[in-house]
Design a protein around this ligand. Structure first.
Ligand code: FMN
Length: 325
């Protein structure tokens, strides 16, 4: 493993999704061994108190790294590292390389994948069929418009439940970059382009999420302003992502990224509806709606649909020198 190749692999890995775009993965090359660490300074105590989403994000980054290595003909062997919870840089995995890696076909979709949080054009019956064909051992696509609307309402209720928590809102707001001149606009978190906020929404978002929330709540406006029901209901499908109960979230994160790349490969844009999985009552309702198989857990969900023509925007990512420690 040369430093140049390692840098290329880390660059590819950095395209992986991460919760609130905090990008917790850090990398080190030590001779022929590479290390994946978690930067615990970017933990989300309010949104992710157990570190579940951080672990998923690390799994996704590792999957991105292994996929990129496959393009170079390398197979990556992964040893999980001991959890050293006290240091800011927590070792997560030790990686070694062998020749004989087979090119992973999902790598073809890494460059185009990004969260699409805007509206979808009205789905055609072909779109619904294409979405239905995404059914796999860990994905259940829901394509019936009535069920999609019911899930959209459930998702809104679950999200709003989290929004009612002051600490959750404050933390989310601290990762939002509403103005282009924000120093971290292009570096991390959720910028206004990624959130598809128009000019007025940009001005309003800070207010709704911050000082204005309580007064708006009083007039029952907060819920309306934050509602995504119509946008979610306009999806071609809701894809429910599920994994074995008790699976390490790191491994769920690897599979999550692969599921997202399969969605991208079918020509769909996707936005994550994590609240559906994170709120236990909603997850239970959703499990019943989709007849979740025994022994499985809903880990996440996506709303998916075709993207409009001008949908692409620049990714916000940390520079390589921050990622390699
Ligand atoms: C564990 C996890 C949970 C996520 N939850 C949400 C969510 O609830 N809502 C959302 O819009 N995006 C969610 N995302 C997507 C991230 O915000 C997104 O991947 C990140 O901002 C990077 O942007 P990109 O997907 O465009 O590369 C989640 C991603 C991960 C890995």
């Amino acid at each position: 493993m040369t430093p140049e190749l390692f840098r290329r692999l880390v660059t590819q890995a950095s395209h992986a999704p991460s919760v609130h775009n905090v990008q917790p993965a850090r990398w080190r090359l030590d001779g022929d061994t590479a290390w994946l660490f978690e930067d615990r300074q970017v933990r989300l105590p309010a949104a992710d108190p157990t570190g579940h989403d951080a672990a998923m994000s690390l799994g996704a980054a590792l999957e991105g790294f292994a996929m990129a290595a496959s393009l170079e003909g390398l197979h990556v062997s992964i040893g999980r590292a001991d959890d050293d919870a006290t240091s800011d840089l927590r070792p997560v995995a030790r990686l070694t390389f062998e020749p004989g890696g087979v090119e992973d076909p999902l790598t073809a979709h890494v460059a185009a994948r990004q969260s699409w949080r805007g509206d979808f054009p009205t789905p055609s019956s072909e779109d619904r069929q294409a979405a239905a064909s995404l059914a796999s051992p860990d994905c259940i696509p829901v394509t019936g418009p009535h069920t999609i609307r019911a899930i959209a309402q459930l998702s809104d209720m679950a999200s709003f439940g989290f929004m009612l928590q002051d600490a959750f809102r404050a933390e989310l707001l601290s990762w939002m970059r509403l103005r282009r001149r924000h120093p971290d606009w292009a570096r991390d978190g959720l910028n206004a382009d990624a959130m598809r906020l128009g000019l007025l929404e940009k001005l309003g978002a800070g207010l709704v999420m911050g000082r204005g929330f309580r007064p708006l709540l009083h007039y029952r406006l907060a819920e309306k302003l934050l509602s995504e029901v119509d946008r979610t209901a306009g999806a071609a499908a809701i894809v429910v992502f599920h994994r074995p109960q008790g699976e390490d979230p790191f491994d769920s994160g690897r599979a999550f990224y692969r599921a997202w790349l399969r969605i991208e490969g079918a020509g769909f844009g996707a936005a994550v509806l994590a609240a559906l999985a994170d709120d236990p009552e909603s997850a239970k309702t959703l499990a019943a709606m989709v007849e979740l198989p025994e022994g499985r857990r809903i880990v996440s969900a996506f709303r998916i649909g075709r993207r409009p023509q001008d949908a692409a925007f620049a990714r916000a990512r940390r520079l390589l020198d921050e990622l390699i420690v």
